[in-house]
Each structure stands twice: as C-alpha cells, then as structure tokens.
Design a protein around this ligand. Structure first.
Ligand SMILES: [Zn+2]
Length: 338
C-alpha cells in the first residue's frame, strides 16, 4: 500500500469509516465495502455472494471489533452483484435494515428475473451491433454462470435522490449519479467533505458506462438505446463541482483530487471518440468491428463491455453531428459525417 493511500485511509478511519476490501471472482478484483462506526452501525455494500467473501468480511469486521450480527444498517450503492451479492445473507444474520435508492428496490427484490431480462436486452444490443451470434450465445452462458454471485434482497429503507441519511454522528446526502449503471448512488458527508462514490469514480480504472435497460423500463423494453456515457459524463460534471476532501470508491484506493481525475476522464473520452471517428471515416463500421480494431481479441472475450465503450463514444459523435448511423438487415453501421 502506498503512503498517500495509507494516509487517506487513516483520514477516513478518523471519521469512523473503515475500508474492507472483499474478494470477488471478477476481473475487477476486490470490491470495497465501508464500515461506518456510528449509530446505526452501517455497512456500505456487502461484496459478492460467496463463502470466501463472507469469510473475509467476517474477519475484517472482527479486526475492527465487530461481528456481522452487529450491523444495523446495510446500504447498497448500485445494482452490480460484486456490491450487493451478500446483502440478503447479511441482512438475515444481523436483522439490519437494508437501504438503497428507491428506484432500485424492484430490481433488488426480483434479482433473478431482472437478470434474465437484462441478458435478453444485452443479447439484442449485441446482435444488432454486429457481434456474431455464437459469441452472443457463449456470453449468455458466462453471464448465467455468474448469476449465483448475486442474490435477491428486500430493501426496507428506500432512499429518495437528494434525501439525507441521518446517523448519530453524521448526515449523508443521497445523490443519484447514473452512468456506470442506471442506479449508481453516492453518499456525501458535506460536513467532512467525504464522498462514498462506489463505482461512479474510481482512481485506477475509468468506470465503464455499461449499457443497461432503464430501471423503470418494461420487461420487453425496445425504446431508444440508452446513452450510458452521455449520462455518465453529465453525472461526473455534477460531482466535479462538489467540494471534497476525500472520495472513497468501490474499488481501489481513495481519491484526493476528484476534479483532476474527472478532467483526466473527460480528456480520455474525447481522445477515444476522436480515434473512433478516424476509424469510421475510413469506412462504415459496426460497433463490434470498431471494438475489434481498438482492442483485438478483448472485443470477443469482453464483448459487451467493449461494445458499451464504443457505443458510448459513438453517442458523443452522434451528439456532435460527427457520425450517423444506418441500419441494414438488422445490423447498425456507423459512418463519419464530418
Ligand atoms: Zn459496478
């Protein structure tokens, strides 16, 4: 651990917030849960639904003098299973209240069915953007095999965007910051200048603006393709304006210069959009062909992730009038228009 990282974690600990890095089976590595020593004793995110995660969480709590049974409030930051998978087990063992953004509660309660619907949505997107059907089928079984790392959970305390979560020693402002997922929620301690950012802002990786159905959408949603990167950048702009001493993210080390990091992200997205513009200026291409040009075989092994990246940047070009899209035989191709 680097010195600045240690110093930031010490600062958080002074404020009663402890990072618990929980193992996940995913490429992202460990996920950060945060224990807030306050009343109620609060855990922000749970880690995935696995024996290993549960075991390490128990040990981490024990090192701080607590047990799972002591948790009184469990807060869920967004709809990804590395963050909420263990929540139902923890809630059952501790009797803790479970809090999340109000519009996420339906998804969490019906996790299994919602995942099926999500998969069908993703499948449609992948096929219409040029991913071969055998890859789509293979990815679907990968996604199904990850299903058990999540688990449905009943939210007992829905939180409205802009509301305040009051603990004895602090107030946390609940702020919806969609983009990485439709439900990303950050928690702001204005008094201390601390933000629990989950996957909205991460230091060592740029958060993926993953394509997902809108939360309120019908099961057979076929409306316009969600513009995850545009949504995400609008959320980042809001966060950039905040006055923050310390940002505690859902993965990796704390962030002390959020505005600098966000500016860096904006520059990266502009560069990537420009590169993609160059590719479609040579010839019209599908999003999958663009992803293959940019990332080679990763566009196959991480097809949905890379597709989401490309479409996000295409949305920037479409917005700025630099690209057009055309559908032929159910497959969408993009071409440069300036
Ligand atoms: Zn996430």
């Amino acid at each position: 651990m680097s010195d600045p990282e240690q110093a930031s974690l010490a600062l958080a600990a002074d404020a009663g917030i402890h990072r618990l890095a929980i193992p996940t089976p995913f490429q992202v590595g460990r996920v950060n849960a945060y224990l807030i020593e306050d009343s109620p004793l609060t855990l922000v995110d749970s880690g995935p639904n696995s024996a290993k995660a549960l075991d390490e969480l128990e040990q981490a709590l024990e090192a701080l003098g607590h047990a799972i049974e002591d948790i009184e409030l469990l807060v869920i930051t967004h709809q990804h299973i590395d963050h909420f998978g263990l929540a139902s087990i923890l809630a059952r063992r501790s009797g803790a209240e479970v809090a999340s953004l109000d519009r996420l509660t339906g998804f969490l309660a019906r996790y299994g069915e919602e995942s099926d619907i999500e998969d069908r949505f993703a499948q449609q997107i992948m096929l219409s953007h040029g991913i071969p059907s055998e890859i789509v089928t293979a990815l679907r079984s990968v996604s199904a095999s990850f299903r058990a790392w999540g688990s449905a959970v009943e939210v007992t305390r829905p939180l409205a965007d802009g509301s305040t979560l009051k603990l004895r020693e602090r107030e946390l402002r609940v702020l919806h910051r969609p983009g990485h997922s439709p439900s990303d929620t950050v928690f702001h301690d204005e008094q201390r200048g601390i933000l629990l950012s989950a996957d909205h802002l991460i230091a060592h990786i740029s958060s993926n603006p993953l394509l997902a159905r809108p939360l309120e959408a019908d099961e057979d949603y076929s409306g316009p393709r969600p513009q995850a990167l545009l949504t995400y950048m609008a959320s980042l702009e809001q966060t950039r304006e905040m006055s923050l001493e310390l940002v505690l993210p859902g993965h990796g080390q704390p962030i002390t210069d959020h505005a600098g990091l966000i500016d860096e992200r904006f520059r990266m997205h502009a560069r990537r959009a420009k590169k993609i513009h160059g590719l479609i200026a040579q010839a019209p291409r599908t999003a999958h062909e663009i992803a293959t040009e940019l990332w080679g075989n990763v566009a196959v092994t991480q097809a949905y992730l890379t597709l989401s990246e490309v479409l996000g940047h295409i949305d920037l070009l479409l917005r700025d009038g630099e690209a057009t899209e055309r559908e032929t035989d159910g497959v969408v191709r993009f071409e440069a228009s300036s």
